[in-house]
Ligand binder design. Structure first.
Ligand SMILES: N[C@@H](CCC[C@H](N)C(=O)O)C(=O)O
Length: 306
């Protein structure tokens, strides 16, 4: 099947999970040619809809047929709904924890699944979800996030601050830096605007960087610089990485439960031996239709005022 659907006239939805926001494109048969340029235009907060990323809602087998996927990732069934995730810069990432919650909420709200428990496909593999308290606008979603692997120690430099952290694989790469004695005021003051430097030998495909306070009363605070996006108000996989690093730093063991506060809200994390679980909100803000010519009208000819 060829990519033969035009973005003009297509329906979209806008949603967010703890203010990590997404444009959802329902495209069950994966007929849209979802290029990097198109993703960049959609995510642009001035000339597009504006978002941290795009979630194409497609059947897994259709993505294989059109070549968006080379093969079905581990555990994903041919007819599973698949979250075809793209970062705002057009790059493809393996997983998005906030995105999965919003994606699953949309499937329930649109009547595309039978019950509250189902599988969502991602490039990192199958993710089991449980959707509760769902209406057309809000829901709470728990996602089984797969195994979490803590790797080597490494460092990141943001502005004039260099911090130590650990590599954490949550299906996508993270450098989670728990900074001793860091409080919320100190976290707020860190310069995220100029990006970060990190060891490209450790992270050849780039990395998401979390700066995290030590746990206090079962809660950590976190800010994140996302690969392919910049600073976002939340990152679901990042909260799992932060939880594992914080538990490891404070107890010597990455297993347990902890809440993670991000600028966009709060999520709960449980780390078991074989998998992590992320519970948090989803909000479907609205939907609309992309008008003819919107993607060509970004640079209209200048008009002269006399
Ligand atoms: N915001 C997401 C993560 C999105 C992918 C990430 N930027 C990457 O490139 O790995 C989340 O909620 O997990």
């Amino acid at each position: 099947m060829a990519a033969d659907v035009d973005i003009e006239g297509m329906t979209f939805l806008k949603g967010h999970g703890t203010q990590n926001d997404f444009v959802l494109l329902p495209d069950a048969d994966a007929r849209l040619d979802l290029t990097a340029d198109l993703v960049i235009a959609l995510c642009d907060r001035r000339r597009g809809i504006g978002a941290d990323g795009v979630l194409r809602v497609a059947r897994a087998d259709a993505l294989c047929v059109t070549g968006a996927l080379d093969e079905l990732p581990a555990g994903v069934g041919t007819r599973d709904w698949f979250m075809d995730y793209r970062n705002a810069d057009g790059s493809i990432a393996e997983m998005c924890g906030n995105g999965v919650r919003v994606f699953a909420h949309h499937l329930v709200a649109a009547g595309l699944v039978d019950g509250p428990d189902f599988i969502v496909g991602s490039r990192a593999g199958a993710r089991a979800v449980h959707v509760s308290d769902a209406d057309a606008t809000t829901a709470t979603v728990t996602v089984e996030m797969g195994p979490v692997t803590v790797g080597v120690e490494s460092k990141a430099t943001l502005g004039d601050l260099t911090v130590a952290g650990v590599a954490v694989d949550v299906g996508n790469p993270h450098l989670a830096c728990v900074v001793p004695d860091l409080d919320r005021a100190g976290l707020d003051a860190i310069d995220f605007a100029s990006g970060a430097r990190f060891d490209t030998d450790v992270f050849p495909a780039g990395v998401n960087i979390e700066i995290v306070t030590p746990p206090s009363d079962g809660v950590v605070a976190m800010r994140v610089l996302e690969r392919g996006v910049g600073e976002t108000r939340s990152c679901g996989t990042g909260t799992v990485a932060a939880a594992a690093a914080a538990l490891l730093a404070s107890t010597g063991n990455q297993l347990g439960t902890i809440d993670v506060e991000v600028p966009g809200g709060r999520v709960g994390i449980r780390l078991d031996a074989d998998a992590a679980y992320l519970t948090g909100p989803s909000v479907l803000v609205g939907s609309g239709v992309l008008r003819p010519g919107w993607d060509r009208a970004s640079n209209p000819p200048r008009t002269t005022t006399r």
